[in-house]
Design a protein around this ligand. Sequence first.
Ligand SMILES: [Zn+2]
Length: 351
Amino acid sequence: MFSGTMELKIFDKGFRIPESYREETFFSEAYLSRFIKQRFGKNFGKLLTDIRLTHARQLLGLQDITILRAALESGFSDTAAMNKAFLSENGITPSDAVLKRKLSACPERGFLFILDPETESTDRFPHREGTFMKYEETRKIVLEAIMEAVEQKLINGTSGNIAMRTPEDPNVVCITPSGIPYTGMKPEDIAVVVMKEDGTNEWIDGKYKPSSEVPMHCAVMRARKDVNATVHTHSMYATICAMGENPQLIPITPPQCEFTPVGIVSFTMPGSNDVADKVRDALGEKGRVCLIKNHGMFSCGKNMTAAMHATVYTEEMAKTTVIAKTLGTYEPMPEEAVKAMQALIAADQAV
Ligand SMILES: [Zn+2]
C-alpha cells in the first residue's frame, strides 16, 4: 500500500494520504482509513507513528545524530512528539536508548543497539542499593572532581576523564565512565579498573564501561608512583595552545610556575596505547602537565587536589597567554623568576 511517491513522503511533517492517490483509486479518505484499520489493525495515525518510530530507531541506532534530527527526519513535529511516542512504544526515552547503544558499544563487537530493556542488561557490574560499595571514598573524590571540572567549564558534555588510585590497593584505579553525561552521576557509576602485572588494565567494577582513555591514565600511574590522580580535559585555551609549531607555555603569574615546563605530545589517536605512551614520556619523572596536539591536556598530581590545580592553572596560563598575545601585550615571567619561584614551591612542598 505504501509505495512509490507515498513512501518517499512519509517522513515529511504533516504527511497524510495524498489527494492524487485518492483521485487515482477513487477511494475516499474515509474508505482508505477504514481499509487501513482493517488491514493493519490500527488507524492511519498510529500506523504512521509506528513507521516513523521504526525510522527514528534506525537512525539513532546506526548513526551519531541528535535526537532532534532523528525526530525531524522521521516526520515528527519536534522532539517532544517523538519522545512521547518512543516512550510509550519502547518503555524507554530516545536519549536512554542512545545511551544504551553507547554503553553496549565495545571494540570487539562494534555498536549494538538494543531497544528492549528485557533483552540485554548493560549493568555488567551492577551495584545493588544498600550493599557495600567497593572503593567508595575514591569514587566519591573522582565524582566530585569531574563535577567541579564541569562547573568550571573545563569539561563539556561527556568529554574529558578523571582517574584516581585507591589507597586500599595501588594497582586499582577509579575512573570516570565512557560516554555518560556527568550530571546526575552517582559514586557507584564510577568505573574501577585494575592495572594487571601483564600490562593490561581490566574493568572490575562499576555498571558503566570505563573511559576509553584508561591506557593513558594507567600508563602514567604505572610509571609514576608519586602520582595518585590524573585529569584529562579538552579545555578550550589549553587546546588552542596545543596547536601551532611552538605551543610552549610560560608562566604569566607565580602560581603557574608549579606546573611548568608543560610538555607537548604530537597528535595520536585518542584512546590508543600510542597516545598513552607519548603522554607518559612527555610527563617524564616530574612533569605535572602536558598538552596533546589537536586534543587537549593531561595533568597529574600526588592527590586529586594537586591534579585539579594543575589543570586549572594550566588552563589559566593558556587563557592569559592567548589573550595577551591577541592584545599584543604578551610578557611572561622572566626565566630567572620562574626558576626562583619553582625553588620556593619545591622547598614548601618538601616541608
Ligand atoms: Zn580526550
